[in-house]
Design a protein around this ligand. Sequence first.
Ligand code: HEM
Length: 210
Amino acid sequence: MAVTGLLLVGFLYAHMIGNLKIFFGAESFDHYAHWLRRLGTPLLPQDWYLWIQRFVLTAAVVGHIVAATILTRRARKARPVRYVHRPKVQGSYAARTMRWGGVIIALFIVYHILDLTTGHLNPVGDPQHPYGNVVADFAPGRWYVTLFYTLAIVAVGFHLRHGLFSAVRSLGQRTLRGERLARAAALLLSVVLVVGYLSVPFAVLTGLVD
Ligand code: HEM
């Protein structure tokens, strides 16, 4: 869980930072998107790096889900008889919403790829001009798209907060001070990620980017 999760966090951060190029204008953002396709050349043929990254990310997502299923089954086996009295509040909100959060994120990724990568669900869907696709996507009239992105990104934030904290524990951190530090770092990293991602649709919605 921890290793695949940390790999996905690496992608999430890189993607969020890349998205901020939108604040430097259409030319800068489109240039960046086209550069992504050339990444790895001339060592690799055009687009190869992108496909390797897609393969690794897909394997990480599948591995993450398989590990979650195995861990849940193991936990159930260890406690075959359910607790008669289960306290209502168990762990943080983030910890209790990991599974549903994961489902929302998975559905979002499918929608998002059809929207901004293949362009099928985008009002413009021009692969040569990703800046135009993003601006059309989050236009004020399509507030429901911004709402869906917001829900999904907040779910990513909650998922990440608990996931990062658990990963640090899985990788061997045991002390009380370390736990407090890990909790604070997980919160900070999640908030920065959520604000970074949300800044794009809200900048379009408010007309800061057009
Ligand atoms: C408002 C926030 C976001 C914006 C504006 C955004 C923008 C984009 C754009 C423009 C592309 C297409 C790049 C291209 O093909 O040239 C893309 C692809 C992608 N995004 Fe996002 N994204 C956002 C949030 C997210 C989040 C939260 C995730 C993951 C949970 C994510 C995962 C992906 C993936 C997996 C791809 C496909 C990359 C590929 O082509 O292999 N994005 N995004």
